[in-house]
Each structure stands twice: as structure tokens, then as C-alpha cells.
Design a protein around this ligand. Structure first.
Ligand code: G7M
Length: 331
């Protein structure tokens, strides 16, 4: 399979770099005041975590989203089992303990206790978490919303100006105050430049679930709705150089990538998602993802495309924007 070939390639090409990067990023922590703090790898900041509620969990995706308190601050912790990598199989088979559960004819099942280094759970901590973060991770029913350009101006724009998530983490990346050692590619040009780095959902251990984001240096583009033909050089630059950088670093060709923008995004600063085509990343469905190739073509044929079209997107039951659409009778 091309994917496993690419995966072997990532391991062969850069085993040191990748593990180093993973280690370094574990040791980095942004303290919310514009600086990065180094944290000892062995320190367990989750030691005193008090669980108040499981926001959602999935047996299929093997993850759990937990709301609780961390040293009296609200926090969300996401625990996620990661894929089993082919290059760990030898260690897994020879270094584990097996406990027999049942045997029947040619069939037997076991509980395998993997060696420590293969027994990790990817953990993401949001602290202090706002109420909006808690809602974001809470399992909720979704509703499809129809947004005309007029709706955008009268409902969506005022709402996002007031209530959107802080993009401080984005500025920290652009200013190299956080995640600087994770940058895969950067173009410093203030107009068409961008920074490409792993999305924090990707543990970078295998390319099967490859997930990077390109963050525009330009700070005045909130979302798809702000795009005009004058932004084509920026979008084309991200598309071309992003794909090239991913090929060079991870040996994944453009034909294996899904490159898209979210509408609505969670963070209103222009960024583009690059995911492995064979990985069904959350939010890559037709109701939320807009292929960058289509966005470019739409703007080439009509500079005002995103200022005239009705756009559709899902909103979750507790999203404040959904209430606004309801209040104005648009849903
Ligand atoms: O939904 P939206 O298009 O706004 O997607 C934003 C993306 O940014 C998501 O895929 C997040 O996983 C990713 N992301 C969010 N935060 C807070 C961070 C972060 O601090 N670092 C990195 N590398 N990615 C993030």
C-alpha cells in the first residue's frame, strides 16, 4: 500500500527528527502570557485533576473528552489511543505479557500488556478552559444552517466579533513563541507567507493520520467569507508550497492529500487543513470542508464569490450562533 510505504519512509527518513520533535514538543508548554515554559517530561500536571463530567467518548475512535478542575482552574482533558504502528510490532510481540481470556478450537483471545514505551495515550489539556471550550467538546445534536451574505453580516459577523475563541495560540506560532520547533515549512512574506506545522491532533508518529495546518501570516482574514480574488496569490502559495513541503518531509504526494478550509472554523484567522486522504479527519465532511482547489477556482471566476453565495454549515445545539439564527427566525 502506498500509505504504508510512505509510513515506512517517514520512519526510515527521519526516525531521529521525529522522535526528537515529539519529545521536544512534550517539553514545551505555553503559559498563556506570551511565553513558553519548559516542563519536565516526568512532571504529571494531571495528578490532581478532578473529573466533573465526561463530555463525550467514542469506543470506535478510542477517545474520551473530560471536563474537570486542575488546581482550581476549569480544564478539558482529551485522552486518545493512537494507531498501532507497523514498526513497533516486533517490540510488541516480544516485549509484552499475555493474559489468556479464552480458548476455543483454533481461536483464542488475550489481554496484552504492552511495554511502557508502547503504552502511551495521546493527551491534550486545555487549561484554563472557557465555557465555550467545554461546549465545543460536549456531544451535541447538530443542525444545518443556511447563511446568506446578509445573514453573515447581520448575524454571524457580530457574533464572531464578540464571542469567538482567542487566536492567541495562532499569534504565538507566527511569532515563534510556541511550537517553533514543530514548524515544517515557513514562508516569511507578510502578504503571501504562512507557517506549516502539525495540527495538535496529530502525534506525528505515522503518516496514516497525517494532519498539518498552514497558518497565513496575514492577520485580517477571518474566514472563507473574507476571501476575494486579491487573496489568490496567498491561497495558491499555501496550496503549492504546502504540498511540496509535505512531499519533501513526509513523502506523501499531493494525490494523497485532502487540502481544505473549514466554514465555520473554530478559530477566525485564515488557516488551511492538510490531511491524509485516507484518514477521515473530524470535520472533513461536505457540510464543513471546502477544498482549497475549489476555493481558488471560485475566486478566479468571481472575485466576490464568497460575498454573494449562501453557505451551509452545521451548528451544534448549544452553539450561541445557533441561538442567534433561531432568534432571527432563520432556523
Ligand atoms: O476548525 P478550524 O478550521 O478552526 O481548525 C483549527 C485547527 O487547529 C484544528 O484542527 C485544531 O486541532 C488545530 N489547533 C487548535 N489549537 C488550539 C492548536 C494549537 O495550539 N496548536 C496546533 N498545532 N494546532 C491547534
Amino acid at each position: 500500500m502506498a500509505d504504508s510505504a510512505a509510513k515506512r519512509e517517514i520512519d526510515r527518513a527521519e526516525p531521529e527528527n521525529i522522535s526528537l520533535r515529539v519529545k521536544r514538543s512534550k517539553a514545551n508548554d505555553y503559559n498563556g502570557r506570551g511565553e513558553v515554559e519548559r516542563e519536565s517530561e516526568s512532571e504529571n500536571i494531571l495528578y490532581g485533576f478532578k473529573t466533573s463530567k465526561v463530555l463525550s467518548d467514542s469506543a470506535r475512535e478510542k477517545n474520551i473528552f473530560v471536563h474537570g478542575q486542575l488546581a482550581d482552574k476549569e480544564a478539558v482533558v482529551i485522552l486518545e489511543k493512537t494507531p498501532i504502528r507497523e514498526d513497533t510490532l516486533a517490540d510488541l510481540f516480544s516485549g509484552s505479557r499475555l493474559k489468556l481470556e479464552m480458548r476455543n478450537d483454533i481461536y483464542s483471545t488475550y489481554r496484552l500488556q504492552a511495554p511502557h514505551h508502547l503504552n502511551e495515550i495521546k493527551t491534550t489539556v486545555v487549561c484554563p478552559a472557557t465555557e465555550k471550550h467545554v461546549k465545543k467538546y460536549q456531544r451535541q445534536e447538530s443542525f444545518l444552517v443556511e447563511e446568506t451574505w446578509e445573514d453573515y453580516q447581520s448575524i454571524t459577523l457580530p457574533f464572531i466579533k464578540q464571542q469567538s475563541f482567542s487566536v492567541q495560540w495562532v499569534y504565538n506560532i507566527l511569532e515563534k513563541k510556541a511550537e517553533a520547533d514543530r514548524i515544517v515549512y515557513e514562508d516569511p512574506d507578510p502578504k503571501v507567507g504562512f507557517v506549516l506545522l502539525p495540527d495538535f491532533k496529530w502525534d506525528q508518529k505515522q503518516v496514516d493520520d497525517l494532519y498539518l495546518i498552514a497558518i497565513a501570516r496575514h492577520r485580517d482574514i477571518r474566514s472563507l467569507r473574507d476571501l476575494k480574488s486579491e487573496h489568490l496569490p496567498l491561497l495558491q502559495n499555501i496550496f503549492k508550497k504546502g504540498k511540496e513541503a509535505i512531499m519533501q518531509r513526509y513523502n506523501v504526494p499531493a494525490s494523497k492529500l485532502r487540502v481544505y478550509l473549514h466554514y465555520q472554523p473554530s478559530y477566525y484567522h485564515l488557516h488551511v487543513h492538510f490531511t491524509n486522504l485516507s484518514y477521515e479527519a473530524l470535520g472533513c465532511g461536505v457540510e464543513r470542508a471546502h477544498l482549497l482547489a475549489d476555493v481558488i477556482q471560485n475566486l478566479q471566476s468571481d472575485s466576490q464569490y464568497y460575498k454573494t453565495r449562501t453557505l451551509y454549515f452545521p451548528l451544534r445545539a448549544e452553539d450561541g450562533l445557533l441561538s442567534k439564527f433561531k432568534e432571527t427566525g432563520r432556523l
